[in-house]
Design a protein around this ligand. Structure first.
Ligand code: G
Ligand code: G
Ligand code: MN
Ligand code: NA
Length: 254
């Protein structure tokens, strides 16, 4: 618990770094937002991607500390940019499923945001659908409370793994992010394109904003646009970059 508290101090030097990856309009590529992604700069092994340590951290309460570090660091970074008079888009932050079991989650998020002079509407929270496998009352209550507090909520990695269409009606969501596996299949396979077109139309009719993840080729961007998906994220446009690089790219561009 002591370590957990220490690690949530955004200035604690743990070798963690905040990276941001822009989300863009399709097919033009105008920056609309950005996702906060953790990087671990290990003293010997160099930069370690979260795919290598997030799954381990998720086995314990360590993930809470890591996510809270990202959350707090993002708030402080946005505060600093505001003080400098810089423009910025809405930033999204990943929250692991475990948070939804933490009774103080909503208060902690609201207090952290407010302590930096921000409002919850400045942020979006991305939650992976594995969080809802057991759709406990607690989980639903916390999502409702987060949204009521003003956070925008995104369902991450939709369409792969444990997806259930019932989540779309039962959860208070603003955004659905289409898993990169569906995007990867898009140009390979006629049936995959038909599937994705239907999914995008469905999400649109239900009133969600739709973001396609893992856009890597012009062909994918064009096809996504053609089937009605107007926001994307992926290496074709920008890789995740240090927060300071992001704000420079964004200012140049405004
Ligand atoms: O950045 P990269 O593609 O390596 O990320 C791999 C995985 O780690 C992705 O599924 C991403 O959602 C997850 N991830 C990255 N940063 C965070 C974070 O701050 N919190 C959580 N919970 N997951 C993260
Ligand atoms: O699961 P989540 O959406 O949070 O995953 C985000 C991760 O996906 C980031 O850590 C980023 O490194 C990775 N990512 C971003 N764009 C692409 C892409 O175009 N292709 C692939 N394979 N991974 C990507
Ligand atoms: Mn995400
Ligand atoms: Na994802």
């Amino acid at each position: 618990e002591q370590q957990l508290r220490l690690a949530t101090q955004p200035e604690a030097d743990l070798g963690l770094e905040l990276y941001l990856q822009p989300k863009v309009t399709l097919p033009a590529g105008q920056i609309q937002g950005a996702e906060a992604l953790l990087r671990w700069n290990h003293p010997e092994k160099g930069m370690i991607a979260p795919a290598e340590f997030i799954p381990l951290a998720e086995e314990s309460r360590l993930i809470l500390a890591l996510d809270r570090w990202v959350f707090a660091r993002t708030c402080r970074t946005v505060k600093r940019w505001r003080l400098l008079g810089l423009k910025m888009p809405r930033i999204s932050i990943n929250l692991s499923a475990r948070h939804l079991q933490e009774p103080d989650l909503v208060n902690w998020c609201v207090e952290t945001v407010m302590s930096c002079g921000l409002v919850p509407g400045d942020l979006e929270l991305e939650i992976t659908e594995t969080a809802f496998v057991n759709l406990a009352d607690m989980v639903l209550k916390q999502l409702v409370a987060l949204r009521h507090a003003g956070f925008s909520l995104a369902l991450d990695d939709f369409g792969a793994g444990y997806s259930s269409l019932t989540y779309l009606c039962r959860l208070p969501l603003d955004v659905v992010k289409i898993d990169r596996a569906l995007v990867a299949d898009l140009c390979q396979d006629e049936r995959a394109a038909i599937l994705l077109r239907g999914v995008v139309q469905l999400l649109d009719r239900l009133g969600f904003s739709v973001v396609a993840e893992g856009v890597e080729t012009d062909q994918q961007a064009d096809l996504l646009h053609a089937i009605g998906c107007t926001t994307g994220q992926g290496y074709l446009f920008y890789r995740p970059m240090p927060a300071d690089d992001f704000i420079r790219v964004y200012q140049d561009y405004c």
